[in-house]
Write a protein that binds this ligand. Structure first.
Ligand SMILES: Cc1cc2nc3c(=O)[nH]c(=O)nc-3n(C[C@H](O)[C@H](O)[C@H](O)COP(=O)(O)OP(=O)(O)OC[C@H]3O[C@@H](n4cnc5c(N)ncnc54)[C@H](O)[C@@H]3O)c2cc1C
Length: 387
């Protein structure tokens, strides 16, 4: 057996390939299996494999190992689920358009529609805004963002700077005619010194009327792109307007008109949306997602965390991280599959809660999330956009 780990410290984040024979039944026992294991799990993995009758032929630093079909150690509790031999997700996205329009020469879009996405009784203001892109060359794909330059000037008399917004429509637009783009915008509003302050650009957009002209830049962003693989699994964690990119994925996956337009993308993996909102009335695009769930029950799962209406097991408010904790076993089982991608989008404040939930969930499986997350990131399977 070749073991080349001696010089690595405990804090080493490298991974190793265990080359194993003797597992399985019948002819399978002769077959060589490869397991990718983080350094911290190496000893326990070896013990577990040998206890199940496996013979370790070699332990090779991952970079030295020849790419091979890898599997999980018999008990999932000791392996990293990251298959680094899987092709990076972005490799299929080399032709993604970026920065077609820059702030000095923005595209001028025309507002077609602007309507509220909230039901009566909801908190705040969130609108869906559709722009006409006719007459230009503004192309984009699901998961990208655009910049909006609001009209007017700032306190020092200079033109306002652009604000980024996640695109909420697929590349084909909501009407599938390939010449519109949609946004999902929450009006920023907060109290300061007894005064209500309205965010400049979000208020500009929420108030805008059909027919108005708007300066648009971009598109930008490659972090949130959807894998081209129709059999990939996609776990989505969204709060509030963080649903925008998820809406684009789900429309591409399940909207009948989209499926008809994209013969090359007939999604048949598993998609699982976790959506966090304060009240039922604040759920965004809920009817569409329910429709996808009834139309594709084997492919789409929709789990809601409604903080002011539902309670978590400790009796507190139900946040998205509580749902992650609730379904931790299933989430991690999915993450073990190298075809699974996780997307997180919403207010920056959601990150620590999700991180804590993932840390606990990983620990319950004998894994260290602080080691695992960078590996998932490196494998381009952990996608985060918070603001
Ligand atoms: C990649 C990306 C994607 C985004 N996607 C979306 C999206 O899809 N939908 C969406 O609605 N937004 C999105 N945003 C956020 C968006 O870009 C703007 O930041 C947001 O709309 C606020 O801009 P504004 O001009 O209205 O606010 P501004 O007038 O710029 O005010 C914002 C400033 O107000 C201050 N402030 C904010 N809250 C408080 C508070 N509670 N107390 C005191 N001061 C405060 C802060 O200084 C903050 O910088 C995204 C951001 C990024 C980076």
């Amino acid at each position: 057996m070749r073991v080349t780990t001696a010089s690595y410290r405990q804090s080493d984040t490298r991974t190793f390939t265990l080359v194993v024979v003797g597992l399985g039944i019948g002819k399978q026992r002769q077959a060589e299996k490869h397991f990718i294991v983080p350094f911290s799990q190496l000893q326990v993995s070896i013990r577990l494999i040998t206890s199940k009758g496996g013979k370790i032929k070699a332990v090779i630093p991952y970079s030295e190992a020849t790419p091979a079909t890898t599997s999980n150690v018999p008990s999932a509790s000791v392996t990293t689920p990251v298959n680094q031999s899987a092709p990076p997700a972005k490799s299929g996205h080399a032709d993604v358009p970026v920065n077609l329009y820059k702030p000095k020469e923005p595209f001028i879009g025309t507002v077609l529609e602007n309507y509220s996405l909230l039901a009566p009784g909801a908190i705040g203001r969130v609108n869906h805004i559709i722009f006409d892109l006719s007459g230009g060359n503004l192309r984009y794909v699901e998961g990208q963002s655009i910049g909006i330059i609001p009209d007017g000037t700032d306190a020092s008399g200079k033109p306002h700077k652009l604000r980024l917004y996640s695109i909420a429509s697929t590349r084909h637009g909501d009407d599938l005619k390939d010449n519109t783009i949609s946004l999902c915008v929450r009006q920023l509003q907060y109290e300061k010194d007894g005064e209500t302050i309205n965010g400049v650009c979000s208020t500009f957009l929420c108030d805008i009327k059909p027919g108005a002209k708007v300066k648009i830049t971009g598109p930008v962003g490659k972090e949130m792109l959807l894998p081209a693989d129709e059999t990939a699994n996609v776990i989505m964690l969204a709060t509030g307007t963080g649903i925008a990119p998820m809406r684009t994925y789900l429309r591409r996956m399940f909207e009948p008109g989209e499926r008809a337009k994209n013969p090359e993308y007939q999604f048949r993996g598993k998609a699982w949306l976790f959506m966090g909102a304060p009240t039922t009335a604040n759920l965004l695009y809920d009817d569409d997602f329910n429709r996808y769930q009834s139309g594709f029950p084997d492919n789409f799962r929709y789990t809601k965390a409604i903080s002011r209406e539902q309670t978590n097991p400790s009796g507190g408010r139900m946040y998205i991280q509580d749902r992650v904790t609730e379904y931790a076993q299933e989430i991690f089982r999915m993450i073990e599959d190298p075809k699974t991608h996780v997307y997180m989008c919403g207010l920056r404040g959601m990150e620590p809660g999700i991180d804590k939930a993932m840390t606990e969930a990983a620990a319950a499986k004998g894994l260290d999330w602080s080691e695992l997350r960078p590996q998932l990131k490196k494998a381009e399977r952990w996608h985060v956009e918070t603001y």
